[in-house]
Design a binder for this molecule. Structure first.
Ligand code: FES
Length: 201
């Protein structure tokens, strides 16, 4: 097994993070974030390194890495497309969204395109059920998806560069939900604005 190494600045960041917590293992998630950001994924060697840093086994680190879909156990593309396949999204068309991505990119869930641009993953509920179907692309949510929107989005992503902390969601319009809008205007407004405007009314 090749020893894992991070740049000195990242190691210092890890040590600073660990020092913030009364128990070393409580720093597991932020330390894994640093490792994933620096290395792009979390290899078995990285799990051993994190375990040594936190005073726990590599198996304990692996248990966390495999639980959270934001961590990757293998290299992924520049754009990581995580399509929710849980009930609300499934009922609202997630299957058609996944199929369109498969057809357009020529990959199956769990695979990465040969040019390293895109990885497709199926994930469980990401808590945007009210605007299903949706997917997370790197850190950003795209909601109320349709196969046509996937076409346009893939074209847009292919020509652009990921911004590390771009978390502003894109919630597409759904004219077919006008009846629902009339019944639950505040709920929809809250979903659209993140709560600020609805709370102000
Ligand atoms: S079911 Fe897809 S976000 Fe909840």
């Amino acid at each position: 097994m090749t020893p894992f190494a991070l740049p000195e600045s990242a190691v210092a960041e890890v040590d600073r993070t660990i020092a913030l917590y009364p128990e070393r293992q409580a720093a597991m998630l932020p330390v894994l974030w640093t490792v994933q950001r620096e290395a792009g994924w979390i290899s078995p060697e990285a799990m051993v390194w994190v375990g040594e840093r936190l005073g726990c086994s590599a198996a304990a680190v692996q248990a966390v890495v495999t639980f959270y879909t934001m961590f990757d156990e293998r290299p992924v593309g520049r754009w990581k497309l995580q399509v929710c396949r849980t009930l609300s999204c499934e009922l609202m068309g997630a299957r058609a969204v996944i199929d369109r991505i498969r057809e357009r990119l020529g990959i199956e869930p769990g695979e990465t395109t040969e040019d390293g641009e895109f990885t497709l993953q199926e994930v469980e509920c990401l808590a945007s059920c009210g605007t299903a179907p949706m997917m997370q692309c790197n850190l950003k949510f795209y909601e109320n998806l349709t196969p046509e929107r996937i076409d346009a989005l893939l074209d847009e992503l292919r020509g652009s560069t990921p911004r590390p902390f771009d978390v502003e969601p894109v919630i597409y319009e759904r004219p077919d939900l006008d009846g629902y809008r009339a019944m639950f205007p505040r709920t929809l407004e809250r979903a659209r604005t993140g709560g600020a405007e609805a709370e102000a009314k």
